[in-house]
Design a protein around this ligand. Structure first.
Ligand code: BEZ
Length: 209
């Protein structure tokens, strides 16, 4: 085994980082990346991280040549072009746009979830904006309903960028919002998620709070 040639700004709780980690495992590249853990705060950024990503967002990936790429979508594209197996992001055609759109839906669930998390945990309670929080939760529920009704066969067909992204979004809901009870309204997603959760890539990247 050779020394890692890339460094990933990392936090085990971030669903966006988890997507990258799952892809690394699925494509056998996990030993190519060293992990640099970040403690994240929206108001006091990590100095090492902002030197490499002024937006102070993870994941960011420092490549062997010193260049840094972000965000998670760009990193997934990059890493998917660095292995010799079947691509996990279709390179062209209708499949590419469909799978990336499903992945984008999952990213939207993560975005809304992380914003709700920040608003409810970090903001003083008297400043909470309940209507806005409800609107974020509605986004999550609507996107899950579309995945349940329209996309389950596509998710089941192969574990690619779309499936990885949806699995990481559901994992984050389990971690931070068990009371949302997403399984109650989404039985097919529930069964699918149960299956994919057992993949070694998902087990190895399970968030620990
Ligand atoms: C969390 O603790 O929920 C979290 C951590 C890093 C990124 C996003 C969310």
């Amino acid at each position: 085994m050779s020394a890692p040639s890339m460094t990933l700004y990392h936090n085990t709780l971030s669903p966006f980082v988890r997507k990258v980690m799952v892809l690394l495992h699925e494509t056998g590249q996990q030993d190519r990346v060293a992990l640099q853990d970040c403690v994240l705060s929206p108001v006091s950024p990590d100095p090492a991280l902002i030197a490499d990503n002024p937006l102070s967002k993870i994941p960011a990936l420092r490549l062997a040549d010193g260049n840094v790429i972000h965000d998670s979508r760009v990193i997934l594209e990059y890493l998917d072009q660095q292995h010799v197996g079947n691509p996990l992001i279709p390179r062209e055609g209708a499949a590419r746009w469909r799978r990336l759109t499903l992945a984008s839906m999952a990213d939207g669930i993560m975005d809304a979830s992380v914003m709700v998390r920040y608003e409810t945990v970090l903001r003083p309670v008297e400043k909470h904006w309940d209507e806005w929080l409800d609107a974020q939760r509605d986004k999550i529920r609507r996107a899950l309903a579309v995945l349940e009704q329209d996309a389950i066969a596509e998710l089941t067909s192969h574990f690619d960028v779309a499936a990885i992204s949806v699995a990481c979004a559901l994992g984050y809901l389990d971690l931070r919002f068990p009371d949302l009870d997403w399984r109650a309204a989404n039985p097919q997603l529930t069964n699918w998620y149960f299956e994919v959760s057992q993949r070694p890539s998902m087990v190895a990247t399970m968030p620990k709070s």
